[in-house]
Design a protein around this ligand. Structure first.
Ligand code: ARG
Length: 459
């Protein structure tokens, strides 16, 4: 080849500098290098087994790739914009090192099936890290839930005090979300883990390839069954991005709660100083920067999902250069999610619970009003009537500036003669909690059962 481009024989003039920069992807796809080498080694081994590459060629390719891998790891590899992308950079370097054997590596494949393979390998690896980090975050939430299995806090609807729950129960709601997230990642991994290689440019290849063998070498569960789909499918990237967005949405909800709980007006928790910053002008401030940023960064992950969906929308078969645009959103999604999960697990271990403030808020919100209504139903009053009785009692207590449990038995009986001395066992937050003793309920005994289940599941 006289020119540096892999396809240059066809062209009478080089691309302009601006076009070169515009079309090159090596500035970001160099991150796929290790996976590109892994894919090439498996492809070469398959070609040798199929009788397309000699043993000498295979040995040379292996030796050359090993040296290139070391150069890349040591930061010695020089990436060239002229060579456009990670694939051509590595292949050219291989040829410089080992000669003709390097030129034979690309037999029976195209960058189209090569890049699709590389992204799948990279994403599979990334998903595995994320699943591990999701488990770690769940463990840190369970660890915080355990000592708080009976810690009373107000449960909210419409951000108004609704009914007492335990702080442990509240935290376990997020464990449920994250467990589903991990499941979704695992489900998405099954569709990532199919081999595109062998599709070549779009139509397959004339060489006697053994795709199942390549798949086995690379740890894929199977091979993509249609060559056109194999090179153009990015569903798996979109699925991952959607699963990642949902994780970020869940963490944005928890973040919003942490910010609220840490506000001095609420004061339910304190977050360790290492996750907060001060103000350059207001000396009293301690701001929950990390949860705020998580809330903010959820926006960019969701944005990448929209970007990827739009990237694929209306794209005709098969490969189009558009697809090169899948990488930056994917990389940024993975980086953002991984950093967020790491920092979050650590942050949950840095939370101090102010149980007195939580309990105080329960007592100010008539949180046991539903319990009184349920109590009257159990004494024989129809629910709608008891709802009305309790509404009147709440109105009275509010006027007096006291909680329902502060009203005397005589006063309570004035609203309904069915009320007896045993009413106080349901009017206290603890009594209210203890009665919700069924699967999924907030009774401390149930919360402890759930904690044990999660621990067994998370290992
Ligand atoms: N850099 C390209 C990408 O990321 C590799 C595939 C290019 N194939 C092609 N025929 N131009 O999608």
């Amino acid at each position: 080849m006289q020119d540096s481009k892999a396809w240059s024989g066809r062209f009478s003039e080089p691309v302009s500098e601006l076009v070169k920069k515009y079309t090159a992807s090596v500035g970001f796809d160099y991150r796929l290098a290790e996976f590109d080498i892994e894919g090439s080694l498996a492809h070469a081994a398959m070609l040798h087994r199929a009788g397309v590459l000699t043993a000498d060629d295979l040995a040379a390719i292996r030796g050359g790739m090993e040296a290139i891998r070391e150069d890349i790891r040591a930061g010695r590899f020089e990436w060239s914009l002229d060579l456009e992308d990670v694939h051509m950079n590595i292949e050219r370097r291989l040829t410089e090192k080992i000669g003709d054997a390097g030129k034979r590596l690309h037999t029976g494949r195209s960058r189209n099936d090569q890049v699709a393979t590389d992204i799948r390998l990279w994403l599979r690896h990334t998903v595995d890290s994320i699943v591990g980090l999701l488990a770690e975050l769940q463990r840190s939430l369970v660890d915080l839930a355990e000592p708080n299995a009976a810690t009373v806090m107000p449960g909210f609807t419409h951000l108004q005090v609704a009914q007492p729950v335990t702080f442990g129960h509240h935290l376990l709601a997020y464990v449920e979300m994250l467990a589903r997230d991990a499941e979704r990642m695992g489900d998405c991994r099954r569709r990532i883990n199919q081999l595109p290689l062998g599709a070549a440019a779009l139509a397959g290849t004339t060489y006697p390839i053994d795709r199942a063998y390549t798949a086995q070498l690379l740890g894929f569960d199977g091979v993509c069954q249609n060559s056109l789909d194999a090179v153009s499918d990015r569903d798996f990237a979109i699925e991952f991005s959607a699963a990642a967005s949902l994780v970020m949405v869940h963490l944005s909800r928890l973040s919003e709660e942490l910010v609220l709980w840490m506000s001095p007006r609420v004061g339910f928790i304190d977050i360790a100083d290492r996750f907060c910053t001060g103000s350059s002008i207001m000396p009293q401030k301690k701001n929950p920067d990390v949860p705020e940023l998580v809330r903010g960064k959820s926006g960019r992950v969701i944005g990448h999902l929209m970007g990827l969906l739009t990237l694929m929308k209306s794209q005709p078969l098969a490969y189009n250069k558009d697809n090169q645009e899948d990488k930056e959103p994917l990389f940024d999604t993975a980086d953002t999610l991984i950093d967020t999960l790491r920092i979050y697990a650590d942050m949950m271990r840095g939370i101090t619970v102010r149980a007195d403030a939580m309990r105080g808020a329960v007592l100010q919100g008539f949180a046991t009003a539903t319990d009184l209504a349920d109590y009257l139903v159990k004494k024989g009053l129809p629910f709608r009537d008891s709802h009305e009785v309790v509404a009147l009692a709440v109105r009275h207590a509010e006027g007096q500036g006291v909680d329902l449990s502060d009203l005397t038995l005589g006063t309570l009986q004035g609203f309904c003669p069915l009320i007896g001395g045993d009413v106080y066992t349901v009017l206290t937050p603890e009594g209210s909690l203890a009665q919700r003793d069924h699967v999924g309920g907030t009774a401390p005994a149930q919360v402890r059962t759930q904690i044990a289940r999660h621990r067994a599941r998370l290992g």
